[in-house]
Write a protein that binds this ligand. Structure first.
Ligand code: RET
Length: 278
């Protein structure tokens, strides 16, 4: 067995962090794409915590808990990016439009999506009163989508493998879209939450499709847009809609319609027979 001194094991974590930080600080457009989200995520945490003050029912409180964590995860994610901790320079392989160039890859985004996107789906699933097994399966597919997306962004050994991971990630994404478009609307109609569910589902489906499009057109994919700052803005703008606007619309509705959310498996699990539905 080869023994590696612990200083050497820490080296990959240290290498490049200051260079990445300096690069981000030098690029105003890139910095703005990250700091704008730090600010919006912070404000959203405060606003959503305030909106939760009068919520009492169990399911509504769970929706709030899941949703308040969305901007909290986002805040950590953007602090990771803006500090240079979760971004790094990678040399693109032969075949890539920027082959041989060092491209700044914000891999922390994909990592933290594995936490934020399940929270979004949990909130939507609770709103629609989706079958818990369905919800678990959709969240598993979603996490797999993010992890294989991370692999697509980090693979530099071969251009073809980058797209192979992209393809696998897209297959998992189709599972998520299938649930959102065909299975959950019926549950939401039965639960009486279909109006707000339909609005949030449309917002989610449209904006989420934007992420693979940004990846494909941006610096990590075909580099049709060969600017790290513009690629970063693409994700940042999508994040504003998919996280803060989404969460605000959801919580505003839940706070005003708490009564509609009584019932479902959670209340049944508590032994509240009057709240049990088939
Ligand atoms: C990637 C590239 C590989 C193919 C696909 C992707 C999809 C990403 C999505 C991300 C959604 C993120 C959200 C974050 C909120 O915090 C990984 C870009 C399909 C759908 C909503």
């Amino acid at each position: 067995m080869v023994s590696v001194p612990w200083e050497a094991m820490l080296l990959p974590l240290q290498l490049g962090q200051r260079e990445v930080l300096a690069h981000i600080q030098d690029d105003l457009l890139l910095s703005a794409s990250l700091w704008s989200n730090v600010a919006l995520a912070g404000l959203s945490v405060l606003l959503f915590s305030y909106m939760a003050r009068d919520v009492r029912s169990r399911r509504a409180r769970l929706v709030f808990a899941a949703t308040v964590f969305i901007p909290l995860v986002s805040l950590s994610s953007y602090l990771g990016l803006v500090s240079g901790l979760t971004a790094g320079f990678l040399q693109m392989p032969t075949g890539h439009a920027l082959a041989g160039d060092q491209v700044l890859v914000q891999w922390g985004r994909y990592l933290t999506w594995t936490l934020s996107t399940p929270l979004i789906l949990l909130a939507l699933g609770l709103l629609a009163d989706a079958d818990p097994v369905d919800l678990a399966a959709v969240i598993a597919a979603d996490i797999a989508m993010c992890v294989t997306g991370l692999a697509a962004a980090l693979t530099v050994s071969s251009y073809a493998f980058r797209w192979a991971f992209y393809g696998v990630s897209s297959a998992f994404f189709l599972v998520v879209l299938y649930a959102l478009l065909t299975r959950w609307p019926d549950s939401a109609a039965a639960a009486g939450t279909d109006e707000i569910f339909d609005t949030l589902r449309t917002l989610t489906v449209v904006l989420w499709i934007g992420y693979p499009v940004v990846w494909a057109l941006g610096v990590e994919g075909l580099a049709v847009v060969d600017s790290t700052a513009l690629t970063s803005w693409g994700y940042s703008l999508l994040d504003i809609g998919a996280k803060y606007v989404f969460a605000y619309l959801l919580l505003d509705w839940v706070a005003g319609n708490e009564g509609v959310l009584v019932g479902g498996p959670l209340d049944a699990a508590r032994g509240d027979v009057s709240a049990t539905r088939d």
